[in-house]
Ligand binder design. Structure first.
Ligand SMILES: CC(C)(COP(=O)(O)OP(=O)(O)OC[C@H]1O[C@@H](n2cnc3c(N)ncnc32)[C@H](O)[C@@H]1OP(=O)(O)O)[C@@H](O)C(=O)NCCC(=O)NCCS
Length: 158
């Protein structure tokens, strides 16, 4: 087993949730509520951060979410999440949302979100997380951009 503070790869945190959209998730026109998508985005992000931290995590910040395309009842929606940056106790997770019409096979990138989680110990206090290792230039670019976003969030908090 890895030591709690041994570095871990982005790849090791990567998860995919798949969820069929049902009538109870939608309005009377069959469009899925944005709030339902947001819940699943948070669930996917929490899982990726928990996997990285090997600890329970809590959501501390969610950046704005813009829905570019509607999601419909009957769509199979994929939530692809991975840690993009790890601080001392916090992690940023990038979640990509893709809706598939399982009849036609058409896939649409509906939205993307950044969320920040903090790893929590058994007393509910923030606890250290492993450093994040990038393995590709794309992962490194995502980490660099994530650091800029995190700096901005902390400035806004002041
Ligand atoms: C998360 C929580 C434990 C942090 O407590 P805190 O006293 O602010 O702790 P700290 O100031 O040490 O911050 C912990 C980490 O979170 C980061 N953080 C705090 N506020 C942040 C914000 N607004 N945006 C981004 N990161 C933030 C800090 O930078 C720090 O990261 P680092 O250790 O990697 O440098 C506390 O705010 C909390 O319990 N919030 C509620 C979480 C929750 O219940 N979420 C679900 C809502 S229903």
């Amino acid at each position: 087993m890895l030591h709690a503070h041994e570095p871990k790869t982005v790849r090791a945190s990567r998860i995919q949730l798949a969820q069929l959209m049902l009538p109870e998730h939608a309005n009377t026109h069959g469009n899925v509520h944005g709030g339902w998508i947001m819940k699943l985005v948070d669930e996917a992000g929490a899982l990726a951060s928990t996997r990285h931290a090997a600890h329970r995590t809590v959501t501390v910040a969610i950046d704005q979410m813009i829905f570019r395309h509607p999601v419909h009842v009957g769509d199979l929606v994929f939530f692809n999440a991975e840690v993009s940056f790890a601080g001392r106790t916090s992690m940023e997770v990038e979640v990509q949302v893709v809706a598939e019409n399982p009849i036609t096979g058409e896939r649409v990138d509906t939205n993307m979100a950044y969320l920040v989680y903090v790893a929590i110990d058994e007393h509910g206090k923030p606890t250290q997380v492993p450093p994040l290792i990038t393995e590709t230039p794309e992962e490194q670019a995502r980490m660099d951009a994530a650091m800029v976003r995190q700096k901005r969030r902390l400035e806004q908090r002041k």
